[in-house]
Design a protein around this ligand. Structure first.
Ligand SMILES: Nc1ncnc2c1ncn2[C@@H]1O[C@H](COP(=O)(O)OP(=O)(O)OP(=O)(O)O)[C@@H](O)[C@H]1O
Length: 598
Protein backbone atom coordinates (compact mmCIF):
# COMPACT_ATOMS: atom_id res chain seq x y z
CA UNK A 1 0.00 0.00 0.00
CA UNK A 2 1.32 3.49 -0.79
CA UNK A 3 2.38 5.85 1.97
CA UNK A 4 -0.35 8.25 0.91
CA UNK A 5 -3.08 5.70 1.35
CA UNK A 6 -1.56 4.41 4.57
CA UNK A 7 -1.75 7.83 6.16
CA UNK A 8 -5.27 8.53 4.85
CA UNK A 9 -7.09 5.18 4.93
CA UNK A 10 -10.45 6.92 4.37
CA UNK A 11 -9.50 8.53 1.06
CA UNK A 12 -9.44 5.35 -1.02
CA UNK A 13 -12.64 4.10 0.61
CA UNK A 14 -14.40 7.43 -0.02
CA UNK A 15 -13.46 7.43 -3.71
CA UNK A 16 -14.42 3.78 -4.24
CA UNK A 17 -18.20 4.22 -4.87
CA UNK A 18 -17.54 6.95 -7.43
CA UNK A 19 -14.87 4.95 -9.19
CA UNK A 20 -17.30 2.01 -9.32
CA UNK A 21 -19.99 4.31 -10.75
CA UNK A 22 -17.56 5.62 -13.35
CA UNK A 23 -16.52 2.08 -14.24
CA UNK A 24 -20.18 1.02 -14.60
CA UNK A 25 -20.96 4.05 -16.78
CA UNK A 26 -17.89 3.31 -18.88
CA UNK A 27 -18.74 -0.37 -19.21
CA UNK A 28 -22.26 0.22 -20.58
CA UNK A 29 -21.27 1.71 -23.95
CA UNK A 30 -18.25 -0.56 -24.19
CA UNK A 31 -20.39 -3.71 -23.92
CA UNK A 32 -23.56 -2.46 -25.65
CA UNK A 33 -21.97 -1.87 -29.06
CA UNK A 34 -24.72 0.68 -29.91
CA UNK A 35 -22.94 3.53 -31.77
CA UNK A 36 -25.37 6.15 -30.40
CA UNK A 37 -24.58 5.14 -26.83
CA UNK A 38 -20.84 5.17 -27.60
CA UNK A 39 -21.20 8.63 -29.16
CA UNK A 40 -23.13 10.02 -26.17
CA UNK A 41 -20.77 8.38 -23.66
CA UNK A 42 -17.75 9.94 -25.39
CA UNK A 43 -19.41 13.36 -25.31
CA UNK A 44 -20.24 12.89 -21.62
CA UNK A 45 -16.69 11.80 -20.80
CA UNK A 46 -15.35 14.91 -22.58
CA UNK A 47 -17.71 17.07 -20.52
CA UNK A 48 -16.29 15.48 -17.37
CA UNK A 49 -12.79 16.57 -18.48
CA UNK A 50 -13.99 20.19 -18.85
CA UNK A 51 -16.04 20.06 -15.63
CA UNK A 52 -13.02 18.76 -13.71
CA UNK A 53 -11.01 21.86 -14.67
CA UNK A 54 -13.89 24.15 -13.78
CA UNK A 55 -14.16 22.39 -10.44
CA UNK A 56 -10.58 23.49 -9.67
CA UNK A 57 -11.45 27.09 -10.58
CA UNK A 58 -14.89 27.33 -9.07
CA UNK A 59 -15.16 24.51 -6.54
CA UNK A 60 -11.74 24.75 -4.94
CA UNK A 61 -10.69 28.34 -5.62
CA UNK A 62 -14.11 30.07 -5.63
CA UNK A 63 -13.70 31.74 -9.04
CA UNK A 64 -17.05 31.66 -10.82
CA UNK A 65 -16.49 31.27 -14.56
CA UNK A 66 -19.21 31.49 -17.16
CA UNK A 67 -16.61 31.40 -19.90
CA UNK A 68 -15.64 27.74 -19.81
CA UNK A 69 -17.51 27.04 -23.05
CA UNK A 70 -15.51 29.78 -24.78
CA UNK A 71 -12.27 28.17 -23.63
CA UNK A 72 -13.48 24.84 -24.99
CA UNK A 73 -14.09 26.67 -28.28
CA UNK A 74 -10.50 27.99 -28.26
CA UNK A 75 -9.21 24.42 -27.78
CA UNK A 76 -11.54 22.97 -30.42
CA UNK A 77 -10.77 25.61 -33.06
CA UNK A 78 -7.01 25.47 -32.41
CA UNK A 79 -7.15 21.71 -32.96
CA UNK A 80 -9.43 22.09 -35.99
CA UNK A 81 -7.24 24.71 -37.68
CA UNK A 82 -4.04 22.73 -37.08
CA UNK A 83 -5.47 19.34 -38.10
CA UNK A 84 -7.91 20.20 -40.91
CA UNK A 85 -6.04 23.27 -42.18
CA UNK A 86 -2.40 22.32 -41.71
CA UNK A 87 -2.39 18.54 -41.63
CA UNK A 88 -1.09 18.20 -38.05
CA UNK A 89 -1.77 14.98 -36.16
CA UNK A 90 -3.97 14.95 -33.05
CA UNK A 91 -0.92 14.10 -30.94
CA UNK A 92 0.81 17.37 -31.87
CA UNK A 93 -2.29 19.59 -32.26
CA UNK A 94 -3.89 18.67 -28.90
CA UNK A 95 -0.89 19.71 -26.73
CA UNK A 96 -0.73 23.03 -28.61
CA UNK A 97 -4.49 23.49 -28.03
CA UNK A 98 -3.98 22.77 -24.33
CA UNK A 99 -1.17 25.33 -24.03
CA UNK A 100 -3.03 28.01 -26.06
CA UNK A 101 -6.20 27.55 -24.01
CA UNK A 102 -4.30 27.54 -20.71
CA UNK A 103 -2.86 30.89 -21.86
CA UNK A 104 -6.35 32.17 -22.70
CA UNK A 105 -7.59 30.98 -19.29
CA UNK A 106 -4.71 32.79 -17.60
CA UNK A 107 -5.61 36.00 -19.48
CA UNK A 108 -9.17 35.64 -18.20
CA UNK A 109 -7.71 35.42 -14.68
CA UNK A 110 -6.17 38.88 -14.82
CA UNK A 111 -9.35 40.72 -13.74
CA UNK A 112 -9.72 38.14 -10.96
CA UNK A 113 -6.84 39.75 -9.07
CA UNK A 114 -8.92 42.84 -8.50
CA UNK A 115 -12.54 41.73 -8.68
CA UNK A 116 -14.78 39.67 -6.43
CA UNK A 117 -15.94 36.32 -7.76
CA UNK A 118 -19.38 37.49 -8.99
CA UNK A 119 -17.81 40.29 -11.06
CA UNK A 120 -15.45 37.69 -12.50
CA UNK A 121 -18.54 35.74 -13.55
CA UNK A 122 -19.61 38.79 -15.58
CA UNK A 123 -16.13 39.25 -17.06
CA UNK A 124 -15.96 35.60 -18.13
CA UNK A 125 -19.49 35.84 -19.54
CA UNK A 126 -18.33 38.82 -21.61
CA UNK A 127 -15.28 36.81 -22.73
CA UNK A 128 -17.57 33.95 -23.80
CA UNK A 129 -19.64 36.33 -25.94
CA UNK A 130 -16.54 37.97 -27.42
CA UNK A 131 -14.96 34.63 -28.38
CA UNK A 132 -18.12 33.58 -30.21
CA UNK A 133 -18.17 36.85 -32.17
CA UNK A 134 -14.48 36.45 -33.03
CA UNK A 135 -15.11 32.93 -34.32
CA UNK A 136 -17.61 34.39 -36.79
CA UNK A 137 -15.56 37.49 -37.68
CA UNK A 138 -12.24 35.74 -38.46
CA UNK A 139 -13.86 33.80 -41.25
CA UNK A 140 -10.62 33.15 -43.15
CA UNK A 141 -9.23 31.17 -40.21
CA UNK A 142 -12.37 29.75 -38.60
CA UNK A 143 -14.74 29.27 -41.53
CA UNK A 144 -17.23 31.81 -40.07
CA UNK A 145 -20.74 30.47 -39.46
CA UNK A 146 -19.96 27.29 -41.41
CA UNK A 147 -17.10 26.44 -39.06
CA UNK A 148 -14.36 23.91 -39.77
CA UNK A 149 -15.19 20.53 -41.25
CA UNK A 150 -13.23 17.38 -42.02
CA UNK A 151 -11.29 17.22 -38.76
CA UNK A 152 -9.85 13.69 -38.79
CA UNK A 153 -9.89 11.22 -35.89
CA UNK A 154 -6.69 10.63 -33.93
CA UNK A 155 -4.56 8.10 -35.80
CA UNK A 156 -1.45 5.97 -35.39
CA UNK A 157 0.22 6.19 -38.79
CA UNK A 158 -2.51 5.52 -41.31
CA UNK A 159 -4.79 3.73 -38.81
CA UNK A 160 -7.48 6.02 -37.41
CA UNK A 161 -8.93 5.22 -33.98
CA UNK A 162 -12.49 3.87 -34.01
CA UNK A 163 -15.35 5.40 -31.98
CA UNK A 164 -14.86 2.98 -29.13
CA UNK A 165 -11.10 3.53 -29.04
CA UNK A 166 -11.66 7.27 -28.77
CA UNK A 167 -14.02 6.58 -25.86
CA UNK A 168 -11.35 4.44 -24.19
CA UNK A 169 -8.81 7.20 -24.66
CA UNK A 170 -11.10 9.80 -23.07
CA UNK A 171 -11.90 7.48 -20.16
CA UNK A 172 -8.20 6.85 -19.50
CA UNK A 173 -7.59 10.62 -19.61
CA UNK A 174 -10.40 11.06 -17.08
CA UNK A 175 -8.84 8.58 -14.67
CA UNK A 176 -5.46 10.33 -14.99
CA UNK A 177 -7.12 13.72 -14.40
CA UNK A 178 -9.09 12.38 -11.44
CA UNK A 179 -5.89 11.19 -9.76
CA UNK A 180 -4.07 14.45 -10.54
CA UNK A 181 -6.92 16.55 -9.13
CA UNK A 182 -7.03 14.38 -6.01
CA UNK A 183 -3.27 14.87 -5.60
CA UNK A 184 -3.61 18.63 -6.03
CA UNK A 185 -6.54 18.93 -3.64
CA UNK A 186 -4.79 16.82 -1.03
CA UNK A 187 -1.65 18.97 -1.12
CA UNK A 188 -0.32 22.38 -0.24
CA UNK A 189 -1.58 23.67 -3.63
CA UNK A 190 -5.15 22.56 -2.96
CA UNK A 191 -5.19 23.79 0.62
CA UNK A 192 -3.83 27.14 -0.58
CA UNK A 193 -6.60 27.44 -3.20
CA UNK A 194 -9.28 26.63 -0.64
CA UNK A 195 -7.79 29.16 1.77
CA UNK A 196 -8.03 31.84 -0.95
CA UNK A 197 -11.67 30.82 -1.46
CA UNK A 198 -12.70 30.71 2.22
CA UNK A 199 -10.51 33.21 4.06
CA UNK A 200 -8.22 35.35 1.87
CA UNK A 201 -6.53 37.17 4.78
CA UNK A 202 -5.79 33.93 6.58
CA UNK A 203 -4.47 32.52 3.29
CA UNK A 204 -1.96 35.35 3.04
CA UNK A 205 -0.97 34.96 6.68
CA UNK A 206 0.07 31.33 6.10
CA UNK A 207 2.06 32.27 3.00
CA UNK A 208 -0.39 31.72 0.13
CA UNK A 209 -0.12 34.32 -2.65
CA UNK A 210 -3.76 34.80 -3.77
CA UNK A 211 -2.73 35.95 -7.27
CA UNK A 212 -0.59 32.85 -7.82
CA UNK A 213 -3.30 30.53 -6.52
CA UNK A 214 -5.92 32.09 -8.82
CA UNK A 215 -3.54 32.05 -11.78
CA UNK A 216 -2.82 28.37 -11.19
CA UNK A 217 -6.56 27.60 -10.96
CA UNK A 218 -7.40 29.49 -14.16
CA UNK A 219 -4.48 27.85 -15.98
CA UNK A 220 -5.74 24.40 -14.87
CA UNK A 221 -9.28 25.32 -15.95
CA UNK A 222 -7.96 26.60 -19.29
CA UNK A 223 -5.77 23.56 -19.93
CA UNK A 224 -8.58 21.07 -19.27
CA UNK A 225 -11.01 23.13 -21.38
CA UNK A 226 -8.39 23.08 -24.16
CA UNK A 227 -8.07 19.31 -23.83
CA UNK A 228 -11.88 18.97 -23.85
CA UNK A 229 -12.06 21.19 -26.94
CA UNK A 230 -9.41 19.16 -28.76
CA UNK A 231 -11.29 15.94 -27.96
CA UNK A 232 -14.66 17.42 -29.00
CA UNK A 233 -13.19 18.56 -32.33
CA UNK A 234 -11.98 15.07 -33.26
CA UNK A 235 -15.06 13.40 -31.76
CA UNK A 236 -17.51 15.49 -33.83
CA UNK A 237 -15.22 15.91 -36.84
CA UNK A 238 -16.38 19.52 -37.21
CA UNK A 239 -16.68 22.67 -35.11
CA UNK A 240 -19.08 25.58 -35.65
CA UNK A 241 -19.87 28.69 -33.55
CA UNK A 242 -23.28 27.16 -32.79
CA UNK A 243 -21.54 24.48 -30.72
CA UNK A 244 -20.38 27.13 -28.27
CA UNK A 245 -23.43 29.09 -27.18
CA UNK A 246 -23.82 30.72 -23.77
CA UNK A 247 -25.93 27.74 -22.67
CA UNK A 248 -22.91 25.57 -23.34
CA UNK A 249 -20.79 27.66 -20.93
CA UNK A 250 -23.47 27.71 -18.24
CA UNK A 251 -23.96 23.96 -18.59
CA UNK A 252 -20.49 23.27 -17.13
CA UNK A 253 -21.15 25.44 -14.10
CA UNK A 254 -24.42 23.58 -13.49
CA UNK A 255 -22.70 20.22 -13.91
CA UNK A 256 -20.18 21.15 -11.19
CA UNK A 257 -22.77 22.68 -8.82
CA UNK A 258 -25.25 19.82 -9.12
CA UNK A 259 -22.62 17.09 -8.95
CA UNK A 260 -20.85 18.71 -6.02
CA UNK A 261 -18.41 21.61 -6.21
CA UNK A 262 -15.06 20.99 -4.49
CA UNK A 263 -15.54 17.22 -4.67
CA UNK A 264 -13.35 15.35 -7.18
CA UNK A 265 -16.35 13.19 -8.14
CA UNK A 266 -18.69 16.20 -8.55
CA UNK A 267 -18.25 16.71 -12.33
CA UNK A 268 -18.66 12.95 -12.93
CA UNK A 269 -21.97 12.81 -11.07
CA UNK A 270 -23.22 16.11 -12.55
CA UNK A 271 -22.46 14.98 -16.11
CA UNK A 272 -23.97 11.52 -15.65
CA UNK A 273 -27.13 13.15 -14.34
CA UNK A 274 -27.19 15.67 -17.16
CA UNK A 275 -27.00 12.90 -19.76
CA UNK A 276 -29.16 10.36 -17.92
CA UNK A 277 -32.07 12.68 -17.00
CA UNK A 278 -33.29 13.45 -20.55
CA UNK A 279 -33.35 9.68 -21.21
CA UNK A 280 -35.30 9.02 -18.01
CA UNK A 281 -37.74 11.84 -18.79
CA UNK A 282 -38.45 11.02 -22.43
CA UNK A 283 -42.15 10.42 -21.68
CA UNK A 284 -42.43 13.78 -19.88
CA UNK A 285 -40.85 16.02 -22.50
CA UNK A 286 -43.20 19.00 -21.89
CA UNK A 287 -42.56 18.87 -18.10
CA UNK A 288 -38.80 18.65 -18.43
CA UNK A 289 -38.04 22.34 -17.81
CA UNK A 290 -40.24 22.37 -14.72
CA UNK A 291 -38.71 19.15 -13.37
CA UNK A 292 -35.15 20.49 -13.91
CA UNK A 293 -35.99 23.78 -12.17
CA UNK A 294 -37.66 22.09 -9.21
CA UNK A 295 -34.80 19.59 -8.85
CA UNK A 296 -32.23 22.39 -8.86
CA UNK A 297 -34.21 24.32 -6.24
CA UNK A 298 -34.56 21.29 -3.96
CA UNK A 299 -30.87 20.52 -4.38
CA UNK A 300 -29.77 24.05 -3.53
CA UNK A 301 -31.92 24.10 -0.39
CA UNK A 302 -31.23 20.60 0.92
CA UNK A 303 -27.85 19.78 -0.62
CA UNK A 304 -26.00 23.05 -1.30
CA UNK A 305 -22.78 21.10 -1.86
CA UNK A 306 -24.37 19.01 -4.60
CA UNK A 307 -24.96 15.29 -4.65
CA UNK A 308 -21.37 14.35 -3.77
CA UNK A 309 -21.49 16.82 -0.86
CA UNK A 310 -24.74 15.33 0.47
CA UNK A 311 -23.22 11.86 0.24
CA UNK A 312 -20.06 12.94 2.12
CA UNK A 313 -22.20 14.49 4.86
CA UNK A 314 -24.20 11.31 5.27
CA UNK A 315 -21.05 9.25 5.58
CA UNK A 316 -19.50 11.73 8.03
CA UNK A 317 -22.63 11.55 10.22
CA UNK A 318 -22.56 7.76 10.26
CA UNK A 319 -18.80 7.73 10.88
CA UNK A 320 -19.14 10.13 13.81
CA UNK A 321 -21.74 8.08 15.63
CA UNK A 322 -19.72 4.89 15.11
CA UNK A 323 -16.27 6.26 15.97
CA UNK A 324 -14.91 5.05 19.30
CA UNK A 325 -13.38 7.64 21.64
CA UNK A 326 -9.61 7.62 21.21
CA UNK A 327 -7.20 7.61 24.16
CA UNK A 328 -5.89 11.00 23.00
CA UNK A 329 -9.39 12.48 23.26
CA UNK A 330 -9.95 10.95 26.68
CA UNK A 331 -6.77 12.44 28.06
CA UNK A 332 -6.90 15.80 26.25
CA UNK A 333 -3.78 17.73 27.20
CA UNK A 334 -2.91 21.41 26.78
CA UNK A 335 -0.76 20.78 23.70
CA UNK A 336 2.48 21.85 25.42
CA UNK A 337 4.14 18.48 24.77
CA UNK A 338 3.77 18.97 21.02
CA UNK A 339 5.37 22.42 20.78
CA UNK A 340 8.46 22.19 18.58
CA UNK A 341 11.33 24.68 18.20
CA UNK A 342 10.89 27.30 15.46
CA UNK A 343 12.53 27.26 12.02
CA UNK A 344 15.28 29.59 13.20
CA UNK A 345 15.97 31.88 16.12
CA UNK A 346 13.19 34.00 17.65
CA UNK A 347 12.38 37.21 15.75
CA UNK A 348 12.12 40.63 17.35
CA UNK A 349 10.20 43.59 15.93
CA UNK A 350 11.01 47.29 15.93
CA UNK A 351 8.28 49.75 15.06
CA UNK A 352 8.98 53.43 14.59
CA UNK A 353 6.38 56.11 13.98
CA UNK A 354 3.66 53.71 12.78
CA UNK A 355 0.58 55.58 11.57
CA UNK A 356 -2.60 54.15 10.13
CA UNK A 357 -5.92 55.88 9.47
CA UNK A 358 -9.23 54.56 8.16
CA UNK A 359 -10.89 57.62 6.66
CA UNK A 360 -11.13 60.03 9.59
CA UNK A 361 -10.36 57.37 12.23
CA UNK A 362 -6.71 57.42 13.34
CA UNK A 363 -6.30 53.79 14.41
CA UNK A 364 -2.55 54.25 15.03
CA UNK A 365 -1.16 57.71 15.61
CA UNK A 366 2.64 57.22 15.54
CA UNK A 367 3.57 54.14 17.58
CA UNK A 368 7.20 53.48 18.55
CA UNK A 369 7.70 50.04 20.05
CA UNK A 370 10.44 47.44 20.40
CA UNK A 371 9.46 43.79 20.80
CA UNK A 372 12.47 41.85 22.03
CA UNK A 373 13.04 38.41 20.52
CA UNK A 374 12.20 35.37 22.60
CA UNK A 375 9.67 36.72 25.10
CA UNK A 376 5.92 37.07 25.48
CA UNK A 377 4.99 40.65 24.67
CA UNK A 378 1.38 41.49 25.54
CA UNK A 379 -0.50 44.42 23.99
CA UNK A 380 -3.53 45.57 25.94
CA UNK A 381 -5.89 48.53 25.79
CA UNK A 382 -9.58 49.43 25.59
CA UNK A 383 -11.74 48.46 22.60
CA UNK A 384 -10.79 50.34 19.48
CA UNK A 385 -7.35 51.35 20.80
CA UNK A 386 -5.59 49.98 17.71
CA UNK A 387 -4.28 46.58 18.92
CA UNK A 388 -5.55 44.50 15.98
CA UNK A 389 -4.46 47.20 13.54
CA UNK A 390 -0.95 46.98 15.02
CA UNK A 391 -0.92 43.17 14.57
CA UNK A 392 -2.16 43.62 11.00
CA UNK A 393 0.70 46.01 10.26
CA UNK A 394 3.32 43.70 11.83
CA UNK A 395 1.97 40.70 9.90
CA UNK A 396 1.86 42.59 6.59
CA UNK A 397 -1.93 42.31 6.18
CA UNK A 398 -2.21 46.11 6.36
CA UNK A 399 0.19 48.64 4.88
CA UNK A 400 0.86 51.46 7.35
CA UNK A 401 0.45 55.08 6.13
CA UNK A 402 3.76 56.05 7.65
CA UNK A 403 6.59 54.66 9.78
CA UNK A 404 9.01 51.76 9.58
CA UNK A 405 8.78 48.07 10.55
CA UNK A 406 11.92 46.05 11.22
CA UNK A 407 11.68 42.27 11.58
CA UNK A 408 14.94 41.20 13.15
CA UNK A 409 17.39 43.36 11.22
CA UNK A 410 15.32 43.38 8.02
CA UNK A 411 13.22 46.36 6.92
CA UNK A 412 9.84 44.82 6.10
CA UNK A 413 7.85 48.06 5.91
CA UNK A 414 6.60 47.15 2.44
CA UNK A 415 6.68 43.34 2.71
CA UNK A 416 3.55 41.34 1.94
CA UNK A 417 1.97 38.99 4.47
CA UNK A 418 2.95 36.04 2.27
CA UNK A 419 6.61 37.02 2.39
CA UNK A 420 6.52 37.52 6.15
CA UNK A 421 4.94 34.07 6.58
CA UNK A 422 7.93 32.64 4.72
CA UNK A 423 10.22 34.54 7.13
CA UNK A 424 8.56 32.73 10.05
CA UNK A 425 5.65 34.97 11.13
CA UNK A 426 2.39 33.19 12.03
CA UNK A 427 -0.95 34.55 13.14
CA UNK A 428 -3.95 33.55 15.27
CA UNK A 429 -7.00 35.67 14.41
CA UNK A 430 -9.53 37.32 16.73
CA UNK A 431 -12.34 35.25 15.21
CA UNK A 432 -11.15 31.86 13.95
CA UNK A 433 -10.55 31.78 10.21
CA UNK A 434 -10.65 28.21 9.09
CA UNK A 435 -11.37 26.09 6.05
CA UNK A 436 -14.84 25.23 7.31
CA UNK A 437 -15.54 22.49 4.77
CA UNK A 438 -12.10 20.86 5.18
CA UNK A 439 -11.02 18.39 7.81
CA UNK A 440 -9.30 19.43 11.02
CA UNK A 441 -6.15 17.71 9.75
CA UNK A 442 -6.17 19.72 6.51
CA UNK A 443 -6.62 22.93 8.51
CA UNK A 444 -3.55 22.14 10.58
CA UNK A 445 -1.57 21.07 7.49
CA UNK A 446 -2.32 24.45 5.91
CA UNK A 447 -0.11 25.97 8.63
CA UNK A 448 2.92 24.24 7.07
CA UNK A 449 2.29 25.94 3.70
CA UNK A 450 5.31 28.25 3.92
CA UNK A 451 7.74 25.49 4.90
CA UNK A 452 6.66 22.73 2.50
CA UNK A 453 9.32 22.08 -0.11
CA UNK A 454 7.75 19.74 -2.71
CA UNK A 455 7.14 21.68 -5.94
CA UNK A 456 4.13 21.65 -8.29
CA UNK A 457 5.09 18.70 -10.56
CA UNK A 458 6.22 16.54 -7.61
CA UNK A 459 2.91 17.28 -5.89
CA UNK A 460 0.66 16.73 -8.92
CA UNK A 461 2.38 13.43 -9.72
CA UNK A 462 2.88 12.60 -6.04
CA UNK A 463 6.53 11.69 -6.53
CA UNK A 464 8.34 9.91 -3.66
CA UNK A 465 9.80 13.19 -2.36
CA UNK A 466 6.34 14.76 -2.09
CA UNK A 467 4.92 11.60 -0.52
CA UNK A 468 7.63 11.44 2.12
CA UNK A 469 7.19 15.09 3.04
CA UNK A 470 3.43 14.71 3.14
CA UNK A 471 3.61 11.64 5.40
CA UNK A 472 5.92 13.49 7.82
CA UNK A 473 3.67 16.55 7.91
CA UNK A 474 0.52 14.46 8.39
CA UNK A 475 2.19 12.72 11.36
CA UNK A 476 3.16 16.13 12.80
CA UNK A 477 -0.36 17.53 12.28
CA UNK A 478 -1.89 14.46 13.92
CA UNK A 479 0.41 14.86 16.91
CA UNK A 480 -0.64 18.51 17.27
CA UNK A 481 -4.31 17.55 17.02
CA UNK A 482 -3.81 14.83 19.63
CA UNK A 483 -2.04 17.33 21.87
CA UNK A 484 -5.14 19.52 21.78
CA UNK A 485 -7.51 16.60 22.33
CA UNK A 486 -8.79 16.74 18.75
CA UNK A 487 -7.29 13.52 17.38
CA UNK A 488 -10.61 11.68 17.25
CA UNK A 489 -12.11 14.41 15.08
CA UNK A 490 -9.15 14.78 12.70
CA UNK A 491 -11.24 13.77 9.68
CA UNK A 492 -14.30 15.86 10.57
CA UNK A 493 -15.15 19.22 9.03
CA UNK A 494 -13.76 22.20 10.95
CA UNK A 495 -17.10 24.03 10.71
CA UNK A 496 -18.66 21.38 12.95
CA UNK A 497 -16.36 22.24 15.89
CA UNK A 498 -17.59 24.36 18.82
CA UNK A 499 -16.08 27.86 19.06
CA UNK A 500 -13.50 27.03 21.78
CA UNK A 501 -12.12 24.11 19.80
CA UNK A 502 -12.01 26.20 16.62
CA UNK A 503 -9.66 28.50 18.52
CA UNK A 504 -7.48 25.55 19.53
CA UNK A 505 -7.44 24.46 15.91
CA UNK A 506 -6.21 27.92 14.86
CA UNK A 507 -3.42 27.71 17.42
CA UNK A 508 -2.50 24.23 16.14
CA UNK A 509 -2.40 25.61 12.57
CA UNK A 510 -0.10 28.45 13.67
CA UNK A 511 2.20 26.02 15.52
CA UNK A 512 2.37 23.83 12.43
CA UNK A 513 4.29 26.72 10.80
CA UNK A 514 7.02 26.33 13.50
CA UNK A 515 6.96 30.16 13.69
CA UNK A 516 9.77 32.40 14.84
CA UNK A 517 7.23 35.11 15.69
CA UNK A 518 3.66 34.23 16.69
CA UNK A 519 1.01 36.96 16.70
CA UNK A 520 -2.06 36.02 18.76
CA UNK A 521 -5.18 38.18 18.69
CA UNK A 522 -7.39 37.60 21.74
CA UNK A 523 -6.90 33.82 21.92
CA UNK A 524 -8.61 33.70 25.35
CA UNK A 525 -11.98 35.06 24.17
CA UNK A 526 -14.78 32.68 25.09
CA UNK A 527 -12.57 30.09 26.86
CA UNK A 528 -13.54 28.40 30.15
CA UNK A 529 -11.26 28.89 33.22
CA UNK A 530 -9.74 25.45 32.65
CA UNK A 531 -9.08 26.22 29.00
CA UNK A 532 -7.56 29.56 30.05
CA UNK A 533 -5.08 27.83 32.34
CA UNK A 534 -4.14 25.44 29.53
CA UNK A 535 -3.70 28.39 27.15
CA UNK A 536 -1.36 30.08 29.64
CA UNK A 537 0.78 26.93 29.86
CA UNK A 538 0.79 26.63 26.07
CA UNK A 539 1.91 30.24 25.53
CA UNK A 540 4.77 29.77 27.99
CA UNK A 541 5.79 26.52 26.28
CA UNK A 542 5.82 28.26 22.88
CA UNK A 543 8.09 30.97 24.27
CA UNK A 544 10.34 28.42 25.99
CA UNK A 545 10.71 26.54 22.70
CA UNK A 546 12.22 29.72 21.19
CA UNK A 547 9.35 31.62 19.55
CA UNK A 548 8.60 35.29 20.19
CA UNK A 549 4.93 35.68 21.12
CA UNK A 550 2.96 38.91 20.67
CA UNK A 551 -0.29 38.56 22.58
CA UNK A 552 -3.19 40.98 22.12
CA UNK A 553 -5.54 40.24 25.00
CA UNK A 554 -8.30 41.68 27.17
CA UNK A 555 -7.94 38.99 29.81
CA UNK A 556 -5.64 40.83 32.20
CA UNK A 557 -5.09 37.83 34.54
CA UNK A 558 -3.79 35.78 31.65
CA UNK A 559 -1.60 38.68 30.53
CA UNK A 560 -0.17 39.13 34.03
CA UNK A 561 0.60 35.42 34.28
CA UNK A 562 2.37 34.92 30.93
CA UNK A 563 3.74 38.24 29.69
CA UNK A 564 7.36 39.32 30.04
CA UNK A 565 6.50 42.82 28.79
CA UNK A 566 3.15 44.60 28.58
CA UNK A 567 2.43 47.49 26.24
CA UNK A 568 -0.71 49.56 26.75
CA UNK A 569 -2.36 51.36 23.85
CA UNK A 570 -5.11 53.96 23.97
CA UNK A 571 -6.68 55.60 20.92
CA UNK A 572 -3.82 54.56 18.69
CA UNK A 573 -1.06 55.81 20.98
CA UNK A 574 1.34 54.07 23.31
CA UNK A 575 0.51 54.77 26.97
CA UNK A 576 3.26 52.73 28.60
CA UNK A 577 5.41 49.66 28.09
CA UNK A 578 7.32 47.55 30.64
CA UNK A 579 7.20 44.52 32.93
CA UNK A 580 3.58 43.46 33.71
CA UNK A 581 3.40 44.69 37.32
CA UNK A 582 4.86 48.05 36.32
CA UNK A 583 2.78 48.61 33.17
CA UNK A 584 -0.49 47.30 34.61
CA UNK A 585 0.06 49.23 37.85
CA UNK A 586 0.65 52.53 36.03
CA UNK A 587 -1.87 55.13 37.24
CA UNK A 588 -2.84 56.04 33.65
CA UNK A 589 -3.58 52.39 32.89
CA UNK A 590 -5.63 51.90 36.05
CA UNK A 591 -7.60 55.00 35.08
CA UNK A 592 -8.10 53.65 31.54
CA UNK A 593 -9.57 50.40 32.83
CA UNK A 594 -11.35 51.58 35.98
CA UNK A 595 -12.15 55.19 35.01
CA UNK A 596 -10.89 58.38 36.72
CA UNK A 597 -11.06 58.43 40.54
CA UNK A 598 -14.09 60.34 41.80
N1 LIG B 1 -10.91 48.10 8.22
C1 LIG B 1 -11.30 49.13 8.95
N2 LIG B 1 -12.06 50.10 8.42
C2 LIG B 1 -12.45 51.17 9.14
N3 LIG B 1 -12.12 51.34 10.44
C3 LIG B 1 -11.37 50.41 11.03
C4 LIG B 1 -10.92 49.25 10.33
N4 LIG B 1 -10.17 48.50 11.17
C5 LIG B 1 -10.16 49.15 12.34
N5 LIG B 1 -10.87 50.28 12.27
C6 LIG B 1 -11.05 51.27 13.32
O1 LIG B 1 -9.79 51.53 13.87
C7 LIG B 1 -9.85 51.62 15.28
C8 LIG B 1 -8.92 50.61 15.91
O2 LIG B 1 -9.45 49.32 15.65
P1 LIG B 1 -8.74 47.99 16.14
O3 LIG B 1 -9.56 46.85 15.67
O4 LIG B 1 -7.33 48.02 15.77
O5 LIG B 1 -8.87 48.14 17.73
P2 LIG B 1 -8.67 47.05 18.85
O6 LIG B 1 -7.89 47.70 19.91
O7 LIG B 1 -8.12 45.80 18.28
O8 LIG B 1 -10.17 46.81 19.33
P3 LIG B 1 -10.84 45.50 19.97
O9 LIG B 1 -10.22 45.31 21.31
O10 LIG B 1 -12.29 45.86 20.07
O11 LIG B 1 -10.57 44.38 19.06
C9 LIG B 1 -11.31 51.43 15.65
O12 LIG B 1 -11.92 52.69 15.78
C10 LIG B 1 -11.88 50.71 14.47
O13 LIG B 1 -13.26 50.99 14.31
Amino acid sequence: MSEGLRTRPGAARRAAPWLALLAAAAALPLVSGDPTITYLATTAAIYVVVGTGLNIMFGYTGQVSLGQGALVAVGAYTTGVLMAGHGWTFWTAAPVAVVVTAGAGTLMALPAFRLSSWYIALVTLGAAMAVRSLLVEFEGLTGGWSGLVGIPRPAFGSRELGEREVLWMVLVLNVVLFVMVRNIVDSRLGRGMMAVRDAPEMARSVGVGPARAKLFAFACGGATAGLGGALLAVHHGLVTPDDFTLDFSILFLLVVIIGGAARPAGPVIGTLLFFALPELLTGLAEWRGLIYGAALLVLMVYAPHGIAGAWDKLRARRGRSAAPASPAAAGASDGTAEVRPPRGGPLGVELSGIRKAFGGVHALGGVDLTIEPGGVHAIVGPNGSGKTTLLNVISGLLRQDGGRVLLGAEDVSRATAERLARRGVARVFQTPRLLGASSLRDNVLLGAYARERAGGPATVLRLPRARRERAELVAEADRLLAGHGLARRADEEAAALPHGEQRLLEVARALMARPRLLLMDEPAAGLTPRELEALGRLIRAIRDAGTTVVLVEHHIELVASVADVVTVLDRGRLVTSGPPEEALGDARVVELYLGAPA
